[in-house]
Design a protein around this ligand. Structure first.
Ligand code: 1GP
Length: 254
């Protein structure tokens, strides 16, 4: 078991380099879709694939990950709806604790149940403070988690939550407005949160335009995740990746 992906993420953060991740929901793609997405992603210089979704209904996760791995060397990171959604074929796992909510099952309960399986998987485990921010509409994640998202304008709550997550030892903070959010996370929240933590900051949910991805990175995001918009228009991969990679090599606030 290596620690390659996390080192890659934190090295890129140190260097001020921004990364772009394509989210693939195994329930929403078939084999041919995957091949297309992989081809476009390799050509665009995509940094990571995230695989998963709030609900993984099909049994297609393993096949999906294997299909990606067969075609390219872009790392595949699992982004599971529950810690038991595993595929040993992936490179790493976002081991998510829903720190914005107060549902003990998603803070620690499910982790306890799945811990032996997760440990045996041999995957690189990256503990992640997962924060759901109100994106203007109830999303699958807020319904499933039965937890209230952080209000979109309450930057202080987001800052304190992220700080607490980091001090509890979480290696990544992922702020998510939820898949298909009407309103993505504001740049002011991203900026303020990024200034109070030193671990890499992942931002996703409702990002549909390359300019927004660019502005989020300028504000302090280290990794931008896009799923929905790419499902609708795969050619966005190139524009999104180009926007993220064109951000000048400086840290937000420096
Ligand atoms: C959702 O952050 C991801 O968990 C991506 O959201 O599908 O809206 O891009 P979208």
């Amino acid at each position: 078991m290596g620690h390659g992906i996390y080192h890659l993420l934190s090295d890129r953060k140190q260097e001020g380099k921004k990364s772009f991740a394509v989210l693939i929901d195994p329930d929403k793609v078939n084999g041919q879709d995957i091949d297309t997405l992989v081809g476009l992603s390799v050509a665009a210089g995509v940094d990571y694939f995230l695989a998963g979704g709030s609900l993984v209904i099909s049994n297609y996760l393993d096949e999906c990950v294997q299909r990606i791995k067969k075609q390219c060397s872009i790392p595949v990171i699992l982004f599971p709806g529950s810690p038991s959604q595993l595929s040993v074929y992936a490179d790493a796992l976002l081991y998510l604790s829903l720190i914005s909510g107060r549902n003990p099952e998603l803070l620690i309960g499910q982790h306890v149940i799945s811990a032996p399986v997760v440990k045996q998987s041999g995957l690189e485990i990256m503990s992640t403070g997962y924060m759901v921010i109100d994106g203007g509409a109830p999303t699958t994640v807020s319904y499933i988690s039965n937890a209230t998202p952080i209000p979109a304008d309450k930057n202080e709550i987001a800052m304190c939550t992220a700080m607490a997550g980091e001090m509890l030892g979480m290696k990544l903070i992922y702020m998510d407005a939820g898949s298909g959010a009407k309103r993505p996370i504001t740049e002011s929240m991203i900026q303020q949160v990024s200034q109070v933590i030193s671990v890499p900051l992942i931002i996703g949910g409702g990002i549909t335009e390359p300019e927004k991805a660019y502005r989020n990175c300028k504000a302090g995001a280290d990794v931008i995740v896009v799923g929905n918009a790419i499902e609708k228009d795969a050619s966005l991969i190139r524009e999104m990746a180009a926007a993220v990679h064109s951000v000048p090599l400086t840290h937000a606030g420096s």
